[in-house]
Design a protein. Structure first.
Length: 287
């Protein structure tokens, strides 16, 4: 009640922080908090609803993965949708409150792309014409980095950037908040590029492994003298495809020069592919 007091025009950050601390301290904190916040966001008093939205966004920033999973459930998302829908409270909710709710849900689609229910809820609002265009998020709006983050995330491993980000987030200066938002965006982009490289490596190595296994089966069939004409044609196609994997492995090796474990994995896959290709070429030549 103190954190969302409509009698106080400005946000009371002391009580907002205390609210976040209570959420983090209680096992059922996220579910209790979201039930209370939904009630406040639906308040007919505009200031109370806006304060509640600020509390909600602060919880998203400070209360971690448990809170993120709870807010991404339809149970809570439906309460936000009621504020926008003319079937419920949309006819009397103020435009400022509806605009904030829309911006909040849209920001979650950006920062939590893995949460399918958030994506579905927002797309439904657009399909029904309740949201006509994506809102433009202000530059000084502080959004949380995506969660859960992968192991060895840049948010955890780059100590210098993490310390700078923590300092900027604690500031009440709008320029610092804008700088923090830009830093988060650059770190997220770096995280996404790193994740894309890992995904490419895993996918290519899996493809190489499958090709090597297939070539092994053709070689076994040849040894049993069971390699038929159609099999020989399939082997030729497989060899052509496998040759195209070699430059991909070379590129992956150059990307993994700073990661000994990843480099070793790529080089092992390259050796296995080279050996299998050599054996199969000898087989084709003998045929």
């Amino acid at each position: 009640d103190k954190a969302t007091d409509p009698g106080v025009p400005e946000e009371n950050w002391e009580f907002i922080q205390q609210f976040c601390d209570r959420v983090n301290a209680d096992t059922e904190g996220p579910s209790h908090a979201l039930r209370l916040l939904a009630h406040k966001i639906q308040s007919p008093q505009e200031v109370e609803a806006l304060h509640a939205l600020t509390v909600l966004e602060t919880c998203v920033n400070n209360c971690g993965e448990r809170f993120h999973h709870a807010m991404a459930k339809f149970r809570f998302l439906n309460e936000l949708i009621k504020v926008l829908s003319p079937k419920y409270y949309g006819t009397w909710s103020s435009e400022q409150v509806k605009s904030r709710v829309t911006a909040v849900v849209f920001s979650w689609t950006v920062w939590f792309p893995q949460e399918v229910k958030i994506q579905d809820a927002y797309q439904m609002l657009k399909k029904q014409g309740i949201v006509k265009e994506d809102p433009k998020l202000p530059e000084d709006k502080i959004l949380p980095p995506p969660s859960p983050r992968p192991q060895n995330s840049i948010f955890d491993t780059d100590e210098e950037k993490s310390k700078l980000l923590a300092r900027l987030l604690k500031s009440n200066n709008s320029e610092d908040l804008q700088a923090a938002n830009c830093l988060i965006k650059s770190m997220v982009q770096e995280e996404q590029e790193k994740s894309a490289k890992v995904s490419r490596r895993v996918s290519t190595i899996r493809e190489v492994s499958e090709a090597v296994q297939c070539m092994g089966k053709f070689l076994e069939a040849h040894e049993r003298q069971e390699l038929l004409r159609p099999d020989q044609e399939a082997l030729q196609t497989l060899l052509q495809h496998s040759e195209k994997l070699r430059p991909l492995l070379f590129r992956l090796a150059s990307e993994a020069v700073d990661d000994d474990e990843a480099l070793a994995e790529v080089l092992q896959a390259s050796d296995e592919l080279t050996q299998a290709l050599g054996c199969c070429r000898q087989l084709v030549a003998s045929q």
